[in-house]
Design a protein around this ligand. Structure first.
Ligand code: NAP
Length: 259
């Protein structure tokens, strides 16, 4: 299926690895010119070279911390007037709520709520004037089904979700959609890091913990980031213009509900 977005400009945040990278790859394959950013230049440049080689797309890189004002200003200079915005940043660390101080909460809210909101604020009016825009926020399955040790993530992302629910109903009239994509367990450094911590805590070998976690999912496996990237590209497609304010869960069926 041709997604109708060849030639569009996409800004993909936190995209040298994992889910952000997968989104950038899928958008590049659809013919978008992608700007990818991450804090560490080495892996970022390697990913850019890989995407150029595999897709032939134009790839611009920016080493920055997207959770800072300076990072966001530079990102919007590197990709001015994006047609597509993929909001992403590292997730907050796991822990016990008794140990979290105000600064821990501010960092989580900055990264996983305010950063996407400020990037949307800076881009959405232009998208509406141009009568095309697609915003996808990478959030988490934890928004629907909280993971106790990820309380910082549960809280900050729920705030973003509430804001998007309202705003997305205002922009869709202008062919600007804003949706959230909620990953369950996908095979990325972050996910394996969390599994490693859980294995250490329970005194179980890492491989054994991976097997247990995969087996506990209805699909019997973890998600492949490629699957996530392709869903993201579809949400950014011309065909998805009637989808607004949705929370699209990709978790292998782990969230147990009839609807
Ligand atoms: P990952 O494999 O660790 O990749 C994170 C990417 O983001 C890297 O490219 C990293 O590069 C970049 N990054 C992190 N913080 C950044 C910042 N402040 N500014 C710019 N770039 C930044 O993580 P992932 O698994 O793809 O996770 C992506 C998001 O999805 C996270 O918020 C995570 O919590 C959420 N999530 C993931 C899963 C899963 O199963 N994978 C499940 C639920 C939710 P640098 O370190 O060089 O900056």
């Amino acid at each position: 299926m041709d997604l109708g977005i060849a030639g569009k400009k996409a800004l993909v945040c936190a995209a040298s690895k994992g889910l952000g990278k997968a989104c950038a790859v899928s958008l590049a394959r659809e013919g978008c010119a992608v700007t990818i950013l991450a804090r560490t230049p080495g892996p970022l440049e390697e990913t850019a070279a890989e995407i150029r080689r595999d897709t032939g797309a134009t790839v611009t890189t920016l080493a920055c911390d997207i959770t800072t004002e300076d990072g966001r200003t530079r990102a919007l200079a590197a990709c001015s007037e994006p047609d597509i915005l993929i909001n992403n940043a590292g997730g907050p660390p796991p822990g016990d709520f008794r140990d979290w101080q105000r600064d821990d909460w501010i960092r989580a809210v900055d990264a996983n709520m305010l950063t996407p909101i400020f990037l949307i604020k800076a881009t959405v009016d232009g998208m509406m004037e141009r009568k095309f825009g697609r915003v996808v926020n990478i959030t988490s399955a934890a928004v629907k089904s909280p993971i106790e040790v990820l309380g910082l993530s549960n809280g900050a992302r729920a705030g973003l979700t509430g804001f998007i629910a309202g705003l997305s109903r205002k922009t869709v009239r202008h062919n600007v959609t804003i949706n959230n994509l909620l990953p369950g367990p996908f095979e990325t450094d972050r996910m394996f890091g969390n599994v490693r911590l859980a294995a250490e805590k329970e005194g179980v070998p890492f491989d054994e913990m991976c097997k247990r976690r995969a087996a506990a999912n209805p699909s019997g496996r973890f998600g492949d980031p490629f699957e996530f990237g392709e869903m993201c590209a579809f949400l950014c497609s011309a065909q998805a213009g009637f989808m607004a304010g949705q929370n699209v869960l990709m978790d292998g069926g782990s969230f147990n509900s009839t609807m």
